[in-house]
Design a binder for this molecule. Structure first.
Ligand code: DCP
Ligand code: CA
Length: 406
């Protein structure tokens, strides 16, 4: 039986979340990313604003020149993360075969689900309706026998769209589209293909496979397959993390111990929070350092007892840091800390002494507040030093890489 794969992508995600919270913004020229007089780029633009040529990644100043009357919003990551969680929960109610791709995008394998919903098309309509009813957000859905075609169908249907490509129609559906619609085809690949006289996806398979391979290596073979609408990749639910880590590169190389420790504390707390959120305990702590000359070292320590406490992660990190710095005189360019050899579940409370219990209660209370108000709501002693370095919430949206991956 042909597979039925859905690709669901929220429209103008950050903007739509702002509009759901403030309905007076609906239908307006809205840009999320920051004030136009600030540095920085557009994260998301409403479809109305896109008509003026505004798009994600464009400097805010340029966006404001194109459309001075647009409403510019700073945005706040915890709201988007919350909406993303609830979006994924709705999808998970429809099928257990769910693969989140980024905050606002996921694949769902719904093969064989026709009978429950009448048809896959009707199922998609229900999914869209539920996202609208519960979150107030518009979504677009593509349905096809594989991921590539489903994703492209969703994109073409935007905004608030629904497009199903019947089994057997994949190749003719793709044929008239420009080659850069295929995943992995960026500006460079597109240019080479154009040089070879290939502009549409339909023209791609007319090239001999060997010729494609000679230009693009293994990717040439993938392109040849995708262009014919063939994509057997499975929808893969996320596997539990094998390790959790956080790292940061400094704006300026440093040997300042207090600063290095404060950074380590901040990163260690992020690792600890995620560890507890996943209800895991770690057996190993790893420190990573990159020096000014780009030499990178990792130092690992095995704990005598598994732990999920910030203090243990931090203390171990500091011990490894002291040792490493005593062996190397160079300035430090990057610091990171991670945990590995993870095991399920919390410890038995009776195994803990009183102070460890207090520590555990404190960690849990901190996690609760952070979950509610965002990561920077609480900063313990040493990380206060970092306020100047991470003036934002400390969350990833400033990094412009919306992703659930670690
Ligand atoms: N994002 C970002 N910076 C970028 C691209 C995206 O911060 N350069 C954030 C804001 C987007 C969200 O990720 O709202 C989702 O990215 P999409 O590419 O899916 O874009 P949108 O959802 O905004 O619009 P579309 O309707 O085209 O999916
Ligand atoms: Ca989107």
């Amino acid at each position: 039986m042909a597979r039925r794969i859905m690709h669901i992508d929220l429209d103008a995600f950050f903007v739509s979340v702002e509009q759901a919270l403030k309905p007076e913004l609906k239908g307006k020229l809205v840009v999320v990313g920051g004030r136009p007089d600030k540095r920085g780029v557009v994260a998301s633009a409403s479809y109305e604003a896109r008509k003026f040529g505004i798009h994600a990644g464009m400097p805010l100043a340029a966006a404001s020149r194109l459309c001075p009357q647009a409403i510019f919003i700073e945005g706040s990551f915890p709201k988007y993360r919350d909406a993303s969680h609830r979006f994924m929960e709705i999808l998970a109610d429809f099928s257990p075969f769910l693969e989140p791709v980024s905050l606002d995008e996921a694949y769902l394998d719904v093969t064989g689900f026709e009978s429950i919903h009448g048809s896959i098309h009707q199922m998609a309509t229900k999914i869209k309706q539920q996202i609208k009813d519960e979150l107030g957000l518009p979504a677009s859905v593509g349905i096809a026998s594989g991921k590539v075609v489903a994703k492209i169908a969703a994109e073409l249907s935007k905004p608030d769209g629904l497009l199903e490509v019947a089994s057997g129609e994949e190749r003719s559906f793709l044929a008239p589209l420009p080659v850069d619609k295929l995943p992995g085809v960026g500006k460079k690949t597109e240019q080479i293909l154009r040089g070879l006289g290939i502009n549409t996806i339909g023209e791609l398979p007319t090239m001999p496979l060997d010729a494609l391979k000679s230009h693009f290596g293994a990717f040439g073979e993938v392109l040849h397959r995708y262009a014919r609408g063939i994509d057997d990749r499975k929808v893969e639910p996320p596997v539990a993390a094998k390790s959790i880590s956080r790292e940061t590169t400094f704006g300026k190389d440093t040997r300042d111990r207090a600063f290095l420790k404060a950074t380590l504390r901040y990163l260690g707390e992020r690792v600890g929070a995620e560890l507890r959120q996943e209800n895991k305990q770690a057996k190993c702590v790893t420190l990573k350092l990159r020096y000014a000359d780009f030499t990178t070292i990792t130092r690992r320590h095995t704990l005598s007892q598994t732990s999920d406490s910030d203090q243990t992660i931090f203390d171990t990190g500091i011990m490894l840091l002291k040792k490493a710095l005593s062996q190397e005189r160079q300035l430090v360019r990057l610091i990171g800390i991670g945990v590995s050899n993870l095991v399920e579940g919390g410890r038995q409370l009776d195994m803990l002494d009183a102070s460890a219990q207090r520590q555990e209660q404190l960690n849990k209370a901190i996690d609760r507040i952070r979950n509610k108000y965002g990561f920077s709501a609480i900063q313990t002693g040493r990380t206060l030093l970092l306020k100047d370095i991470f003036p934002e919430t400390g969350e990833g949206y400033k990094l412009q890489t919306p992703s659930l991956s670690r």
